[in-house]
Design a protein around this ligand. Structure first.
Ligand SMILES: Cc1cc2nc3c(=O)[nH]c(=O)nc-3n(C[C@H](O)[C@H](O)[C@H](O)COP(=O)(O)OP(=O)(O)OC[C@H]3O[C@@H](n4cnc5c(N)ncnc54)[C@H](O)[C@@H]3O)c2cc1C
Length: 603
């Protein structure tokens, strides 16, 4: 079945009556709330209107209302569900029932304090991601290799050493590139022109090590190393606390899973905020701060439910003919990702540097798939279910690879066996043109090949979601910077008069992750409160609130970087030694002899 909210509801009807009733009641409640608000919008001026009910929008609302429950807050959400990039879906499992699986965000790590605190506050729980057993890697060659621990590394010893050294260097460099303003780094001028692929080509000898870098980039950013800017790669690594946090399972961002699925965090936040404050299926189309003094006019239209994966729906555009409506607010918080902000009409226009970011930051492309089984065949063979690949063998004429980049055991907390995996970057784009049945066949064939288990072809249920064609995300998991875009990065979170910006792309810690989304929402709430309820903030919070407005001049000449001075000194020292050696040292004599021979020949 196609993945739409409606089809998910019909899924629920067929398979899980309890979930179905809950969804139905939630929808009924929200529909009733919708009618009330329609009547009220003409008269009410909201304190805060929030665009988007993903984790960032819901966290903004939650933080605002926790500080002052009397604030009038309204969330406008384009989809007919809350959660944005968190979405959990029931699949058939062993034994005949259904269980929820995450087709969006799934894992959390112990250093992700913002999301862990929220999970705790909502009385939810996490459980460990399974990693026991041998893992499979196929990187830089078609041969499959088994390995025992850590993240994927290339097979050949030299390549493995090179890759480890490269990642060590990445960690050292990343310490100098803060996500808050990557261009303030002394490395900026030198690295801004590089993609990760060009930097790897310059710094790595073996193709296998370069392929391992490619595989890591594909898995984390949903794009190819030839598109990802090196400076962004370093800033992202910095925001996550180092490469060890990004790859593999133990001690990383993939160490734990959320009980009941990650969308449950969003659903529970929505409950705490109040369903009456959330208007689903209504997309904001424009923000006007000029027409009425002292208030902001937010224009929005009903946006009908659509097939989120069909690829036929334009990104960020309301396709219905529904009339435009207006709601007034003192402050607005926009949490839509930057690539969607450019579809809104802005009056006055956004600052040129913010607009530049919205136009030029790119979204990754990623398919996430889940396959359920009646037995965990891989566990029986002593395998962890982890696969790290650069795509595997070509299985069809129009697509260049297998297509799988990564897979993990996603057996549920209740023990229902399943595998989750991704195909990303150009492979995801290529495979979008294939029908779902063909994608499912390619995935299970890939699983059978990589794990060496024929039974992997006999699955119970398969579901996937291509986030690149999702109209209200336009890609995933995160927006990334290409070379030449980061000079204006601080403008991503700077307010536009009375409009503030949240969303994981504006986070400075764990950007791109659920934790980053929550951090950004809490920061935006403080900014808003500094205007509406300054007395309720601490001195520290009031200082924090002004941080995003303090922008350096983006074109200010930077002092020559330490790297350049270092190289200059080395070059000068080398040249002096060469000159000295030529005239007075051992090298001088042959050159002198050559010189004399040449003059003799000329005579
Ligand atoms: C496949 C996948 C796997 C991931 N895995 C992980 C993981 O394991 N761990 C992790 O921590 N993170 C993961 N992430 C990232 C994580 O999901 C996001 O960082 C986080 O959910 C982003 O939240 P957000 O609120 O910033 O943005 P979103 O969730 O995108 O929310 C923005 C909301 O705004 C709405 N919107 C957009 N335009 C408009 C408009 N014009 N009007 C009204 N509403 C609008 C959207 O519908 C959406 O609901 C993953 C993401 C994906 C897609």
């Amino acid at each position: 079945p196609r993945f739409t909210e409606n089809s998910r509801l019909s899924y629920n009807k067929q398979r899980a009556p309890a979930t179905s009733m809950a969804s139905f009641e939630l929808k009924e409640k929200m529909a009733a709330a919708t009618d009330d608000k329609m009547a009220a919008t003409d008269d009410v001026t909201y304190d805060v209107v929030i665009v988007g009910a993903g984790l960032a929008g819901l966290s903004t609302a939650h933080s605002l209302l926790k500080t002052d429950p009397s604030l009038k807050v309204l969330l406008l959400e384009a989809r007919d569900r809350v959660g944005g990039r968190t979405v959990s879906l029931p699949l058939k499992v062993a034994g005949g029932g259904t269980e929820n699986f995450d087709l969006g965000a799934q894992w959390v790590g112990l250093s992700q304090h913002h999301v862990l605190d929220t999970i705790k506050e909502l009385n939810m729980d996490i459980y460990a991601q399974r990693y026991e057993g041998k893992k499979i890697s196929q990187i830089g060659e078609y041969r499959r290799r088994k390995f025992s621990s850590g993240a994927a590394t290339p097979g050949p010893l030299l390549a493995r050493l090179e890759y480890k050294l490269f990642m060590w260097k990445v960690d050292r460099l990343s310490e100098k590139v803060p996500m808050e303003d990557p261009y303030s780094s002394p490395l900026a001028y030198e690295l801004e022109a590089h993609t990760v692929a060009s930097y790897a080509a310059q710094n790595l000898w073996t193709q296998a090590a370069r392929d391992a870098v490619e595989q890591s980039v594909k898995a984390v950013y949903g794009t190819d190393a030839s598109r990802l800017g090196m400076l962004f790669f370093l800033a992202y690594t910095n925001a996550s606390g180092g490469s060890g946090q990004l790859y593999g399972i133990q001690g990383s961002a993939q160490e734990f899973r959320v009980k009941c699925g990650a969308q449950q965090i969003s659903k529970n936040l929505a409950k705490v905020v109040g369903h009456d404050k959330i208007l689903l299926s209504h997309a904001v189309t424009g923000i006007d701060q000029l027409s009425q003094a002292g208030v902001i006019l937010v224009r929005y239209r009903e946006s009908p439910p659509c097939d989120e994966t069909s690829g036929a729906v334009p990104i960020g555009v309301v396709t219905s003919e529904a009339p435009s409506k207006v709601v007034r607010a003192h402050r607005v918080v926009v949490t839509a990702p930057p690539n969607l902000m450019r579809t809104l009409s802005w009056s006055p226009p956004l600052h040129r540097l913010k607009q530049f970011l919205c136009d030029n930051l790119q979204m990754g492309h990623l398919y996430k798939f889940i396959v359920t089984y009646d037995r965990a065949y891989w566990q029986e063979k002593g395998l962890s279910g982890e696969i790290y690949s650069t795509g595997g063998r070509k299985v069809t004429s129009e697509c260049t690879t297998g297509p799988m980049c990564e897979a993990y055991d996603t057996t549920t907390n209740d023990g229902s066996p399943a595998i989750v995996g991704f195909f990303t970057g150009r492979y995801a784009i290529e495979w979008t043109q294939k029908p779902k049945a063909e994608r499912a066949a390619a995935v299970v064939n890939n699983l059978a090949q990589f794990l060496g288990i024929e039974e992997m072809k006999q699955y119970i249920d398969y579901e996937d979601k291509m986030w690149g064609t999702d109209p209200w995300t336009g890609g995933c998991p995160v927006t990334y910077g290409t070379p030449g875009t980061l000079f204006s990065m601080p403008y991503i979170r700077s307010p536009h008069h009375g409009v503030h910006f949240a969303g994981t792309e504006t986070a400075t810690i764990w950007m791109g992750y659920m934790s980053g989304a929550i951090q950004s929402g809490q920061r935006a709430a403080i900014e808003v409160l500094a205007h509406l309820r300054p007395g309720l903030l601490t001195e520290k919070q009031r200082c924090e609130a002004t941080r995003t407005s303090k922008l350096r001049e983006p074109f200010l000449a930077q002092p020559p970087s330490a790297v350049t001075w270092g190289r200059l000194t080395l070059a000068l020292a080398g040249a002096s030694i060469a000159v000295a050696a030529t005239y007075w040292g051992s090298v001088g004599r042959p050159i002198d002899l050559l010189h004399r021979l040449c003059s003799h020949a000329q005579q």
